[in-house]
Design a protein around this ligand. Structure first.
Ligand SMILES: Cc1ncc(COP(=O)(O)O)c(C=O)c1O
Length: 484
């Protein structure tokens, strides 16, 4: 038998109708449903009239009617003509939604001497930046409070173009420059504007893993092309993926191996791109840091076919936390890239752009680079000194902010990374940067952002870790021999 009694008049007092989020109708629906599900209203119980409910909660009759309609539609209530609305005889039982495990607590990764990509610390630049931000904030213009140009501010684009023409031989004006949130963003924009999912592309092997992630993430068919002593092997690329539509390269300082692409190889790469109509994406990420030898011109600067898309960043010279970089695009690609940029995040943070333009225009950026280059060289030398007594083989780089330290034969870098990190040196396994080529075993170690003494001390602690690993390997080898 159905229980058709009217409920005690005050049952609804437990329903917190207002002010729950989602509007009155949704709040009333949720509250009555919760009361039914938790047994506060028995199956078959008569619900108050919508008139009573509206008066009780001070809501419109229409909201109460709509809530009841939702309860009926979802099977929690039944409307009987002329009799009113009742709790359904069989209330639906929804299986409890399986709970996914809670997300891991947000944890900042440890940053150690050696960790790659730490911004340059410079007290003087920090003081100047504070002053420039202060000046901008003290006199905001209307532009500072409005939507901006997806290409970036004209002032910053002009400064970047001037800097690149002078320092990198890049052939460009402000019209070719698009300010981005770092070169990662630049690569993503370029890929989406110039390529279609499924198209074949080349990447250096080994490579910068975040570039590989961007290309694969965009659905491109990525082929790792071996790097030799002259840079990416064009001949190998043509053999492995002859129909490639683009290539991502780090010609000034190959990441991670540190090779500078020779002029012969640069010309060969540009010739190939012109011949097949492919794009060359040149990531010029750390070119400000040339420590010895003649400065290398950019690939874009020697390209006479408009095939090179040049990416750059403030992440190395200043800090990755700024999230500002740039794309210098061939004229035919500029509009497509700007269009993708505008629809993804509109434009770059204006205040940061303004301050960077001031920093460059007033000559502080060039002075900062000179100081940072000196500091980076000191970091490199201290790291090399600290590693000198260890079993690692170190190639001293002429360029950039990281080096490669190779392990003795028979040791695997991924096995050793945890112990080296525990010893206080921030390293990345060299083998983890390979795509398909047989990986070399070693560590990629940075030298930016810490004092040179920190590098030397941390590097010295690594020697015993490697020696222990060599010893363990020797013993296990002897045990195997004895067992034979
Ligand atoms: C090869 C390479 N490209 C680019 C970057 C910089 O990326 P972003 O400008 O997105 O910070 C890095 C930083 O580690 C890098 O190693």
């Amino acid at each position: 038998m159905r229980n058709s009694r009217t409920n005690p008049p005050d049952w609804s007092a437990s329903i917190p109708v207002s002010p729950e989020g989602g509007g009155r109708r949704a709040a009333l629906y949720a509250a009555v449903r919760r009361t039914i599900e938790t047994g506060g209203l028995a199956p078959g119980a008569k619900l108050p009239t919508t008139r009573e409910l509206a008066a009780r909660f001070g809501i419109s009759r229409g909201a109460a009617v709509a809530a009841y309609e939702m309860l009926v539609a979802d099977g929690f209530a039944e409307a009987r003509v002329g009799a009113g609305t009742f709790v359904a005889a069989r209330v639906p039982q929804f299986a409890e939604t399986p709970r996914s495990p809670p997300p891991p607590p947000a944890r900042e990764p440890a940053i150690l001497p050696g960790t790659l990509g730490v911004g340059m610390e410079d007290e003087r630049t920090a003081r100047i930046l504070r002053r420039l931000f202060d000046r901008r904030l003290a006199r905001p213009t209307l532009h500072d409070r409005a939507y901006g140009d997806p290409r970036g501010t004209p002032a910053l684009r002009a400064e970047i173009a001037a800097h690149l023409r002078a320092a990198r031989g890049v052939k460009c004006s402000a019209d070719h420059v698009i300010v981005t949130s770092g070169s990662q963003h630049g690569l993503d924009l370029v890929v989406r504007a110039a390529l279609r999912p499924g198209e074949p592309v080349w990447i250096e092997d080994p490579c910068y893993p975040m570039a590989l992630a961007a290309l694969r993430g965009a659905g491109l068919a990525v082929t790792g092309v071996p790097v030799d002593g002259e840079g990416l092997s064009v001949a190998a690329g043509e053999r492995l993926a002859p129909r490639a539509r683009a290539v991502y390269v780090t010609p000034s300082h190959q990441f991670p191996l540190g090779v500078a692409m020779t002029m012969a190889r640069r010309l060969e790469l540009i010739d190939w791109a012109k011949r097949v109509g492919a794009w060359i994406v040149e990531d010029d990420y750390d070119s400000e840091f040339r420590h010895a030898g003649a400065p290398l011109a950019s690939l874009q600067g020697i390209d006479d076919g408009g095939r090179v898309i040049h990416l750059g960043t403030f992440s190395k010279a200043l800090s990755p936390a700024l999230r500002v970089g740039w794309v210098v695009a061939p004229p035919e690609l500029v509009e497509a890239i700007v269009e993708v940029r505008a629809r993804s995040d509109r434009f770059a943070p204006r205040l940061v752009e303004d301050v960077l333009a001031d920093l460059m225009r007033e000559g502080h950026f060039a002075a900062h680079i000179r100081r940072s280059r000196r500091r980076a060289r000191e970091g490199r030398d201290a790291l090399v000194t600290g590693l000198a007594g260890t079993p690692l083989t170190v190639a001293v780089p002429d360029q950039g902010l990281h080096l490669i330290a190779e392990l003795p034969d028979g040791l695997r870098d991924t096995d050793l990374v945890p112990a080296v990190l525990a010893a206080g040196l921030g390293v990345r396994a060299l083998s983890s940067t390979y795509v398909a080529a047989p990986p070399r075993q070693g560590f990629v170690i940075g030298f930016s952002g810490f004092h040179s003494t920190d590098y030397e001390a941390a590097a010295r602690r690594v020697g015993p870790v490697i020696e222990r690993a060599i010893e363990m390997r020797r013993r296990s080898f002897q045990r195997r021999l004895a067992g034979e």
